[in-house]
Design a protein around this ligand. Structure first.
Ligand SMILES: [Zn+2]
Length: 121
């Protein structure tokens, strides 16, 4: 798990995600499945009680607090969804530089419309 503070910490992971092009599947808002070397990992983006934006991934790297490319790939989808979900006001509100994240084309397995109204926490 790591705390998302800005775009800088994601740079390497984004570069790797662009190279590896993992498949990102939408589970529900804030929860994604990302393909990795050993099958799928689950990435959870959320806002903690103290206002920090945290990203969890089930891979080994993330366990050590590293920013993995699964997280970067999931975040690119998460940010895109969050923009469409302004009415619900969840999670990825302004993180500095977040809008500059290069957009990785998401793979959405289920219609985005179904995300509406779901809250995390
Ligand atoms: Zn990971």
């Amino acid at each position: 798990m790591f705390i998302l503070k800005g775009i800088e910490q994601l740079e390497k992971a984004i570069a790797k995600a662009k190279k590896v092009r993992p498949r990102v599947e939408f589970d529900r808002f804030g929860r994604y499945r990302v393909s990795g070397s050993k099958g799928y990992y689950t990435v959870i983006c959320r806002k903690s009680d103290n206002g920090y934006k945290t990203v969890d991934c089930t891979c080994k790297g993330a366990e050590k607090g590293l920013v993995c490319y699964h997280a970067a790939a999931a975040l690119s989808l998460h940010v895109a969804l969050a923009r469409r979900e302004q009415a619900t006001q969840i999670c990825v509100a302004p993180v500095k530089g977040m809008n500059e994240i290069p957009y990785l084309k998401p793979t959405i397995e289920r219609p985005v419309e179904r995300v509406g109204g779901i809250r995390i926490n």
